[in-house]
Design a protein. Sequence first.
Length: 221
Amino acid sequence: MREKPLSKIGEELLRLRHGLSRTSEHRSPAVGFGIDSELASGFLDDNLSPQQQVQLAHEVAGMLPFHWSQTNSYASVMSQIMNHVGSQQKLMRWLDGFPGLPRLTARLYVVMGLLDEFSDRPAVVTALREFREQTPVPPGLQGCLLPETDDETLAGLAFRIEEHLADQEMDKAVEIALATTDFLRRVAPRATELDPSVDDMGELMTHSQQDIQDAAAEAGS
């Protein structure tokens, strides 16, 4: 994972996301999903074998989309793991060290974090709106956008990505993430004309797009 996209996201990657019809708090993990308490304890004690770390990384990645619906016990374990690595950003960096589901999940959350960061920037919203006046439904985003473009548009796309992660539909999550980064890359020049402070948005989206493509190919998604 490139460091620049990760450095640009806020610390609150795991947040309650509002979608087109429901919110992330209504999700619950499938039977069998969870975090092994012994693995978590070993991780907190820095006493896991490489193979055990791989297993834990997969379990943590699998539980991330349910951060608002976890039981108190799982929420406590996740909080301890988060505190041990230092922050949500550092958790994503840790997950990125494990190919497959952990790495792909981390990179998708970085994209979601970027969408949250740019979601309410007036210049970005204006550029998105102008683009959609010519292309109401950008390629790959059919069924993902409401007709009106506002400061909830990008947050809604982040919700869609996380929703597919929760449903274990990795291909769909990747498709929306790639279509969204391409959408933002296209409007970046116009957004920069309106507000020079977002002049790195195109670069961030290009890098994130490549990061996701690489991780998805590696994971077989």
